[in-house]
Design a protein around this ligand. Sequence first.
Ligand code: FES
Length: 134
Amino acid sequence: MSPHASDPTRRAVLGGAAGLTVAAIAGCGPGQAAEQTDEGPFTVAAADIPVGGGKVFKDRATVVTQPNPGEFHAFSAKCTHRGCLVRDIAKGKILCPCHGSAFAVADGSVVLGPAEQPLAARTVTVAGAELRIS
Ligand code: FES
């Protein structure tokens, strides 16, 4: 066996490790990059919106809520603090993952800062079993 016989294997291992490092860096901070969104009108099924909560439509940068049965609201999902997209809804609050602001599902008002302004309202038109957001 020559003294270099193990080199190709060693290079492959090192190359593989370098590839993993690049992949790890590229995968760093998902959600931190600029989001591609379409904020034009769209339609959702009313049945998809939980009562007492809501749903975030990330690709539409919109949150649709139903605080009480049959009462629907829609808001921009862009946090009024620094523009991150809100991500989750829990216990009647719309939550921003960036710095912890929370907004009420009933009216988009600030429940917890650092945001100081409510989420911008969008228009919801109920059409049978569907909601048109504009
Ligand atoms: S951007 Fe939402 S809390 Fe800062």
